[in-house]
Design a binder for this molecule. Structure first.
Ligand code: EPU
Length: 445
């Protein structure tokens, strides 16, 4: 099915794509726990690589941008709708997971408020709009409630390039430049979308730019690979120092989005927490070194098996120490999930969140399953395992907290209901279909 994003409304579109992808948040995912998973599943394309690539398509003033393996998750669908509202032509073939974007004739630089309020990654549209039109307007950004999530690196970087960042009476932020000139920029912490945004704003600036203390996540490397195909001159992606030499213009290009390491992590943990034995296609082990090492410390076997990675959970998981940090450290996005595993591990686990100041909301949910988790102190929680988890009624607070609920539900005795499913759907596509393929009992109502 090829969907043309020119006509239907977003909610029509989402319900056509898949009834399970509608915007309704009253949907509930019921999980009947206690079954060891077995069989094969495929990892989806990376949400966090696809989002900046969709934004980057705005930089092309000639030709189409063709992206393959674009996952049909809600944040990505909303991002495509943002492109459409800016005037781009967007076709998304849901079966082939290919998006074709033609942004050559757009003239709009104001981002649609009701969409940008849904996800934080809408910030990523400012960089390319500023680069192309020397102007962008945004009202507010939404996203996961995992801390204050400041935006100072983005706006400070735009200012370094020569833009004025002005709050507008009546709301919103106007970012305007008479001209953009290459500059030296710095992130106090290696910000993932910060780097992507500043790279996009710098691509069409005059002269050389450099971003120091850049994040080095694989999604940034993949995103820069697309930009380079489009004609951008960017060096150093994947290191702490990214350099950009401004060019006159960029053209559309074709690219296949990398596999999603966070979706891979969720599926691997689903195999592990159920004591299952599963094979996963699309796990790039190079992107998951520390995470894989932690699973192995818990007693999980992870091994190559042809083009798949085999994950075999032990009878009893061992407890673990985890400190989240920037890539290549343990990813903050997999912290809620590994905490679910720690709940049934045979002993005390220590889990410290250092990237976001408020990413422990799932502790409450895990307690509802019967887990014994100490009160948080300085973003450290101690999980006292093993607990016998029992099915619970819980609410997904953000994408990855929702993933932790799915994991706990798979391991629990009895039936779990996960509410506020919209959050999980923002980041994981067809999760019940893929887990059902591994023998799990789930249904969405
Ligand atoms: N930070 C600032 N100022 C800024 C930007 C960031 O202080 O202007 C701080 C943040 O508060 C945080 C740290 O820098 O302490 C790193 O945040 P970062 O900017 O890297 O986060 P992000 O770019 O907003 C992306 C992912 C998140 C993921 C984080 C960390 C996308 C679209 N989002 O967010 O993904 O958790 O990097 O790896 O790429 C998710 O997929 O569920 C998700 C939340």
């Amino acid at each position: 099915m090829v969907l043309n994003f020119q006509n239907p409304s977003l909610s029509e579109l989402l319900s056509v794509l898949n009834p399970g992808l509608s915007m309704a948040s009253e949907e509930v995912l019921f999980v009947q726990g206690g079954r060891p998973l077995c069989g094969e599943a495929e990892v989806q394309g990376s949400k966090n690589a696809a989002l900046p690539m969709l934004a980057a398509s705005l930089l092309a003033t000639e030709g189409q941008t063709v992206l393959h393996r674009v996952p049909p998750v809600k944040d990505v669908l909303v991002a495509m709708e943002v492109l459409r509202r800016l005037g781009a032509k967007v076709d998304y073939d849901i079966r082939a997971e290919t998006a074709v974007i033609d942004a050559c004739d757009i003239e709009e630089f104001r981002l649609p408020e009701e969409l940008t309020s849904r996800f934080r990654a809408s910030l990523l549209f400012i960089g390319p709009l500023l680069g192309r039109f020397r102007r962008a307007w945004i009202s507010e950004v939404g996203g996961c409630t995992i801390g204050s999530r400041p935006t100072d690196y983005h706006y400070r970087g735009f200012a370094r390039l020569g833009a004025r960042v002005e709050g507008v009476a009546g709301g919103g932020i106007d970012v305007v430049a008479d001209e953009l000139n290459g500059a030296s920029m710095y992130c106090d912490l290696p910000s993932h979308t910060g780097v992507e945004n500043l790279v996009m704003a710098s691509c069409l600036a005059r002269g050389e730019s450099v971003i120091e203390n850049a994040a080095s996540d694989p999604e940034i490397v993949d995103f820069v690979a697309l930009l380079r195909k489009m004609g951008a001159r960017v060096e150093g992606a994947g290191t702490r120092r990214v350099q950009i030499a401004g060019v006159e213009g960029l053209v559309g290009a074709e690219h296949t989005v990398m596999y999603d390491r966070l979706d891979a992590g969720l599926l691997m943990m689903a195999g592990a927490i159920t004591g299952g034995d599963i094979a996963l296609k699309g796990v790039v082990r190079d992107h998951l070194h520390v995470f894989e090492a932690k699973l192995q410390q818990m007693g999980v076997e992870v091994a190559a098996a042809g083009e798949c990675v085999r994950v075999k959970g032990p009878q009893t998981l061992s407890p673990i120490n985890v400190v989240t940090t920037f890539y290549p450290g343990f990813p903050t996005d997999l912290q809620p999930g590994i905490m679910a595993l720690a709940c049934i591990a045979g002993g005390d686990s220590y889990i410290r969140e250092t990237v976001f100041e408020d990413r422990l909301g799932h502790v409450k949910n895990l307690r509802a399953f019967g887990a014994r988790v100490s009160p948080e102190k300085d973003r450290l929680v101690i999980v006292h395992g093993p607990a016998q988890l029992r099915g619970a009624q819980v609410k997904a607070m953000d994408i990855r907290a929702g993933a932790a609920c799915v994991l706990a539900g798979l391991a629990a005795e009895g039936r779990t209901g996960i509410h506020n499913l919209y959050q999980l759907d923002r980041g994981h596509a067809h999760i019940e279909r893929r887990l059902r393929g591994l023998g799990a009992e789930l249904e969405r109502l």
